[in-house]
Design a protein around this ligand. Sequence first.
Ligand code: TXA
Ligand code: MG
Length: 315
Amino acid sequence: MATTGNDIAAAKQFLVKGDLVAIPTETVYGLAGNALSEKSVLSIFETKNRPSFDPLIVHTDSAEKLSDFVFDFEGPAKELAAAFWPGPLTLLLPKRDVIPDLVTSGLDHVAVRIPDHALTLELLCQLEFPLAAPSANPFGYISPTKASHVEAQLGEKIPYILDGGECKVGIESTIVGFVDGVPTIYRLGGLSVEDIENVVGKVNVLPHSSSNPQAPGMLKSHYAPRKPFFLKSREELENAGDDIAVMVFQKPLNKFRHHQKVLSAAGDVKEAAHNLFTFLRELDLLPVSEIWTEYVPAKGLGLAINDRLRRAAAL
Ligand code: TXA
Ligand code: MG
């Protein structure tokens, strides 16, 4: 059974031993292990029930340490890192041999990021190795944004949850790779396309499809609640039966409903991203038969939210 606390020394002790620890980041909680240890990395895949073809993100606390793990950290990659790290940005860079193939599922690039969370940055600073950490949820389920979410699903399987409070951003990092030198978004996330383009100019956004082998995390059915989950029009939502829970963006439905969540009454997509996974978890626990929702405005983090909604609905 996991202990939950904010003891960095305890977290460090488990990680040095090769055990796994859940860590807070600004995006979502991660299930962390020594990225340089095959044994720890294997244990991450097992604990999450994650297929071995879905590679992991490596977390570190300083851009200087990065050159131990990757090549070619220069040009637009370096500009993006300077602008947004620590923050919700993951870069795909050519890996050095010290990173086990297991981490990258055999790919020659490794995903790396510096997360923006004081506890985790301090932990990383004290460790002599980087941390491989996927989101701390069973494979395919909604990512955790509170320590209690991790506890509910992985509490039996790991010794320690480092509790850093609620995740500020609430949605996973934006993954950027470079195709013939052109910055390319592999996964929409907590850093908006606009913010990225302000630094490096026009970027490509890869279409999401389970047939895209380059980023297996783009598997269509992902980030999903257990209950049947559907994207609906406003009119359909207004007419939803009482055994259906609904989540709307800004404006509550006219009809009074017990089971309704409003992502952001102010109409702010950042607030909506922050609430998204917590609300989905809460709705998933209600005695209802289905969950219905609507798209949010396709601007800023709205693009990443709509991506998660589509994938939860397996569209
Ligand atoms: O915000 C985040 O990114 C969180 C926190 C914990 O840092 N982590 C996270 O990890 O969302 P995970 O494992 O749930 O998603 C990582 C995604 C996967 O979809 C994986 O396919 C993609 O990153 N990825 C990792 N390494 C890759 C690589 N070498 N090439 C392409 N995609 C990669
Ligand atoms: Mg994940």
